[in-house]
Design a protein around this ligand. Structure first.
Ligand code: TYD
Length: 151
């Protein structure tokens, strides 16, 4: 199985609901290795670059506000960004995370247990996890410099 790196973001709802430790605990338990971590500021530019592939979706502007903490009063738009590495890490992390839509996420997954859809139809699904190797490479490079990642 390939050794992969994948980007995880504990989103503002995760931080607000004190789920940061739980996310790290579940990822550690999946047998993956954390190789980078930082609290970082989500600028408007970074948010739009991160979600560039979704810019034509109707939920895009809400997503930008959400990831920047505007719904949760997160000071300075900080977010916890992590890189995990391991065999099949991309799929393994997404299995722990659960489906994008919290209502469809299996019980016991992070999103199945803790995600929700607000009355304004905003998905709050606790974390971001890269979806495939090309996305993972692009996203890791967007959020981290090379020298911030353990080789
Ligand atoms: P996407 O990249 O499709 O999912 P994932 O985060 O599982 O890789 O979507 C990015 C984010 O956009 C998702 O985490 C939540 C939000 N989103 C919505 O708010 N509504 C939607 O219908 C979809 C598909 C996504």
């Amino acid at each position: 199985m390939p050794i992969e790196q994948t980007l995880i973001l504990v989103k503002p709802d995760g931080a607000h609901r004190k789920l940061t430790g739980l996310v790290i605990d579940r990822l550690d338990a999946a047998g993956l290795e954390m190789v980078a971590a930082k609290m970082t500021c989500v600028t408007e530019k970074l948010a739009r670059e991160h979600y560039a592939a979704l810019s034509d979706k109707p939920f895009f502007e809400g997503l930008i506000k959400y990831i920047r903490g505007e719904f949760h009063g997160i000071k300075d738009h900080r977010i916890l960004a992590l890189v995990y590495r391991g065999e099949n890490a991309i799929k393994a992390v997404r299995a722990v995370a659960g489906a994008t839509n919290p209502e469809q996420a299996a019980p016991g997954t992070i999103r199945g247990s803790f995600g929700r859809i607000t009355t304004a139809q905003q998905f709050e699904n606790v974390l971001h996890a890269s979806s495939d190797p090309a996305d993972a490479a692009r996203e890791v490079a967007l959020w981290f410099r090379k020298d911030e990642i353990i080789p």
